[in-house]
Design a protein around this ligand. Structure first.
Ligand SMILES: CC(=O)N[C@H]1[C@@H](OP(=O)(O)OP(=O)(O)OC[C@H]2O[C@@H](n3ccc(=O)[nH]c3=O)[C@H](O)[C@@H]2O)O[C@H](CO)[C@@H](O)[C@@H]1O[C@H](C)C(=O)N[C@@H](C)C(=O)N[C@H](CCC(=O)O)C(=O)O
Ligand SMILES: Nc1ncnc2c1ncn2[C@@H]1O[C@H](COP(=O)(O)OP(=O)(O)OP(=O)(O)O)[C@@H](O)[C@H]1O
Ligand SMILES: N[C@H](CCC[C@H](N)C(=O)O)C(=O)O
Length: 473
């Protein structure tokens, strides 16, 4: 596509030629190829302008800036400089255009909420497949085509940046997909990753505590989520969640509601309370999925019966059982998630309930003491450990978790090494006990500083259970 055609409908100031052909757009200097536009955005940690040389040497034909600034290197005459008001919105617009606006030809469902996005997107994908439809699912656990995981070179993010999303949607279209179900994270929405993606249905699950600090405030977090209500053509909303209801309050979009007992006029409990999915919150997730498909015209009663076959995604209440001890791996990394999971496990557990968890570094501090409080309230023993410390001191994170726990609480253990913490929980568990290992679910690495070390909660738990079995025998 010619640069002139890309720029004709977008506010910009151009210095240089607009007659050349554009082959791609990126804000990552390392991803620039021959014929690309490089958007030199300033971020929280870095500045694209510091990487111009790499972009130019890799074949950039145009440099985009979105702020008043001076460029400190000599730009070759054949490279066009474009000034736009907002680099992120520009990337979204151009990425969609270069891919041929694939979202126009797909039915796209975007799911937002503090907890349950991955689960609900997978449930929707599975139900669509059961109804004979071709569906792709995109989110935290990767990209799936009709339930099969596809390996692709895209960043491991919940909501893909537009420069990766639109080429992927184009691929989905070529592969014969009719539906694409994706997660809409608050950060994805606020950073314009979905701005030029045509979304048919926006699903609102719940609002809890997470990411407030990354957004600056709870209000900004809510505003980010609210953006989906203006982008999507139709909405599906959890009527039991007051904050979700407030978010869509002034929306003019056609909206269908679901609640614990009802999907519009159908009694939800009839089909769902017999489902094999563990956890009350997962039955809510199934309801969200059923409601979404019913808004697309599928038969609700048939959908409710199909719920029997739904499978949780990897690392969501994943059960491992050995020698009388049951271990659950779960991705609960917010207070609400931990509360939901622990209250479900409390009901099924006849013996002790041992919880191993930590909190991620460089993420919301507010949720840490709240998660400590919940873990202590529901467990017979809590082992507080590290999650992904990232650039924070693991002991400092643990200290903040402990701030939510009464000094007098018995059975609180601190073990900063996550592998040792899991092993200890498994070895100490008695016949009939349940061990919950929360926070990292499907993750295959642990991030310490800038390093990613191989790490899998389920692998470590399985090994510990095997070792325990040998010791017992
Ligand atoms: C909040 C957010 O959108 N952050 C993303 C954003 O960071 P930033 O704006 O601070 O950018 P920066 O790192 O300062 O870099 C500035 C610019 O220099 C460029 N650069 C930088 C280095 C280089 O060598 N070359 C180069 O061109 C960068 O590409 C960028 O354009 O742009 C970076 C580069 O494109 C992303 O790596 C980074 O996401 C990182 C991976 C991240 O951790 N994001 C998380 C917080 C996130 O988005 N999570 C949500 C899920 C949250 C939820 O559960 O709800 C998600 O959707 O994944
Ligand atoms: N509807 C729900 N309400 C509360 N908690 C939930 C709900 N669904 C799932 N959870 C909890 O949240 C955890 C994460 O679930 P899931 O991965 O589906 O959410 P998510 O919104 O995609 O998370 P993230 O985007 O932060 O990765 C689950 O392991 C479970 O503990
Ligand atoms: N999407 C969430 C996942 C958190 C998972 C937890 N293991 C952590 O690292 O905090 C985030 O990026 O905040």
């Amino acid at each position: 596509m010619l640069l002139s055609e890309i720029l004709k409908d977008w506010p910009c100031t151009v210095s240089g030629s607009i007659g050349m052909s554009v082959r791609g757009i990126t804000e990552r200097s390392g991803n620039v190829r021959e014929g690309y536009i490089f958007v030199a955005r300033k971020g929280a940690k870095d500045d694209g302008l510091c990487h111009l040389q790499e972009a130019i040497e890799s074949g950039a034909i145009a440099i985009v800036v979105d702020r008043n600034t001076t460029i400190n290197i000599k730009i070759p005459d054949n490279i066009t400089i474009i000034a736009v008001p907002d680099g992120r919105k520009f990337i979204s617009y151009v990425s969609s255009k270069l891919a041929g606006d694939p979202s126009e030809s797909l039915t796209i469902i975007a799911v937002t909420g503090t907890n349950g996005k991955t689960t609900v997107t997978h449930f929707i994908g599975q139900l669509l497949n059961m109804c004979g439809k071709q569906a792709a699912v995109i989110g935290t656990t990767g990209i799936f085509s009709n339930g099969r995981k596809i390996s692709m070179e895209v960043p491991e993010m919940t909501t893909l940046p537009a420069e990766f999303l639109h080429p992927l949607l184009k691929g989905c279209l070529h592969a014969g997909m009719e539906y694409v179900v994706m997660e809409a994270s608050s950060l994805g929405l606020s950073t314009s990753r979905l701005d030029h993606c045509i979304i048919d249905i926006g699903v609102f699950l719940n609002i809890g505590v997470d990411h407030y600090e990354e957004h600056g405030s709870k209000q900004s977090y809510l505003s980010a989520k609210k953006k989906l209500a203006s982008i999507a053509k139709e909405l599906v909303v959890n009527a039991d969640d007051e904050q979700c209801m407030a978010l869509v309050h002034n929306s003019k979009r056609p909206t269908i509601y679901f609640s614990e007992t009802m999907i519009t006029d159908v009694k939800a409990t009839d089909g769902l309370y017999f489902t094999a999915i563990p956890g009350r919150h997962n039955r809510m997730n199934a309801l969200a999925a059923v409601t979404t498909l019913s808004s697309l015209g599928f038969d609700r009663m048939e959908l409710l019966s199909l719920c029997q076959q739904l499978q949780l995604p990897e690392g969501r209440l994943q059960r491992i059982e050995e020698s009388g001890v049951t271990v659950y791996i779960d991705y609960a990394h917010t207070p609400d998630a931990l509360h939901n999971v622990l209250s479900s496990l409390r009901k099924e557990c006849t013996g002790g309930l041992i919880t191993v968890f930590g909190c991620g570094g460089d993420r919301d501090h507010g949720k840490r003491p709240m998660m400590g409080e919940v873990a202590a309230a529901f467990s017979t023993q809590v082992i507080i450990t590290s999650d992904n410390p990232r650039n924070e001191d693991p002991l400092r994170i643990i200290y903040e978790i402990l701030m939510g726990i009464d000094d007098m609480s018995p059975n609180i253990i601190v073990e900063p090494d996550r592998k040792t913490a899991i092993e200890r929980a498994v070895f100490e568990a008695k016949d009939g006990d349940v061990v919950l290992i929360a926070g990292k679910g499907h993750e295959k690495t642990q991030q310490v500083g800038q390093m990613f070390f191989p790490f899998s909660d389920s692998r470590i738990a399985k090994e510990a259970l095997q070792n325990k079995k040998f010791e017992i025998n």
